[in-house]
Ligand binder design. Sequence first.
Ligand SMILES: Nc1nc2c(c(=O)[nH]1)N[C@H]1C(S)=C(S)[C@@H](COP(=O)(O)O)O[C@H]1N2
Ligand SMILES: [Mo]
Length: 404
Amino acid sequence: MAVVIGRLLAVAFLICFGTGLYSHLLQNPLPWVTFPTRPVWIYQVTQGVHITAGIACFPLLFAKLFAVFPELFQHPPVRSLAHFLERVSIAVFVAASLMLITTGLLNTYQLYAIFGFSFRLTHYALSWIVVGSLAVHIGVKLPVIARFWRRGDAEATLETQPDPDAGSEVPDELQRRTGWGPDHGVTGRLFAWIDRSPAVREPRAADQTRRGFLTTVAVATGLVVTTTAGQSFRVFEPFNVFAPRRRGVGPQMLPVNRTAEAAGVLESATAPDWTLTVVNGPVREVYTRSRLRAMPQHDAVLPIACVEGWSQDAAWRGPRLRDLLDSVGAAGDAHLRITSLQTRGGFAVTQMQPEFARDPLTLVALELFGEELDIDHGFPARLIAPGRPGVLQTKWLSTIEVIA
Ligand SMILES: Nc1nc2c(c(=O)[nH]1)N[C@H]1C(S)=C(S)[C@@H](COP(=O)(O)O)O[C@H]1N2
Ligand SMILES: [Mo]
C-alpha cells in the first residue's frame, strides 16, 4: 500500500519539481538558457499542471502518512546509525513536504501576508529539500520497493508451499516489525489491537480493506483536482468550486491580480503627460500615447498565466516591442529592464530576455478585447509576451532600457 501510494506521490512531486524549476528559471533566468516562446500557452500548461499536481499531493500525502502511520512509532525509536539517518530523512521529508504543499496552496489564494517570509524563495528551497530527502528515502527503501515489484513470484511461492504457521497462532506481524506489543502500555495495546485487524489476519479481508482505502484516496484526489483545476483548464471550469479565480470575472472580462489603486498608480497612469521612455545607452526615444497609436498596430491572442494558478486567454492590440527597440538601435540579442509606474509592492521592475523581446507577438499593449486597456489591466500601456508567467507581463509601463 505504502509503495503504491508512494509511487503516485513521487510522480506528482516530480511533475511539480520539473514545472516548478521551469517557472523559477523563467523568473531567474540563466544567461545561457533560451526559453521557448511557442506554443504561446506553454507556461499556461506547465503552471496549470504544477498547481493541479500540487493539489493532488494533499490526499496522496495524507494517505501515505496514514498507510505508514504505525511505523512512525517504532520501538525502540533508534536501532542504529543508519536507522537513525533514515528516520531523520523521513522526518525532514514529511515536514518539508507538508510545508511545501501548504505554502503553495496558500499562494494560490494570494495569502502571502500570513507567511512573513518570501514565498518564492521558501517554496523553492523547500522543493530541493524534499527532492533530496525523497532520493535518500527511496534509496533506503529500495529493498522493500524491489520486493513489491517481485511480489508476483513471491505469491506464487507462497501458494505452492504449505504455510508453516498454519493452525498455530498468526504471528503479530506489526508487533514483530515495530517492536511494540501489549507490554508497552496504552500505545502498545493500541498497536496490538490494530495488529489484530482483519487487514493483517485475513488476506481476503485485507484485499478488501486495501481496495476500499485506495478507492477512497482515488475519489478524494479526483474531487480536489476537479473542483480546483477550472482555474487553469477550461474543461474543468463548470466544476470550479474552490479555486479562487474565475475566468471572465473582472474588468474587461479578465481577472486582475493587483489593482491600479493597490499599486499606487491611479494618478501617474492617468496623467495627460504620461510617456514611455525607451533607452539604449545614450540613445533615448520618448513615446506619447499618440505616438504609440501612430505606429503599426498588431493583434495577438495571448494568455495571462499567473504563477498562482489561474490563467485566461485575452485579445491584445498595440505596437510590437521590437519596433520600439529598433527605434533606439537595440541589438538583436539585447536584454531589457522594464520599469512600471508602480510605487508599492513587487514586480515594479522586471527583466526580459531577447527571445521574448524580439518575438513578433510581444506587444506594448494599448487595447484589450478591442477596448482601451482598463486602468487595472495596465493603462496606458502594458507588456504582453507569449510563454511567460503573468508576473512578468508588466502593467503601467514607464521605461524600457537595454541593459546588455
Ligand atoms: N506593474 C505591475 N505589473 C504587473 C503586476 C504588478 O503587480 N505590477 N502583477 C502581475 C501579475 S502577478 C499578473 S498575474 C498579471 C495579471 O494581469 P491582469 O491584472 O491584467 O490580469 O499582471 C502582472 N503585471
Ligand atoms: Mo500573477
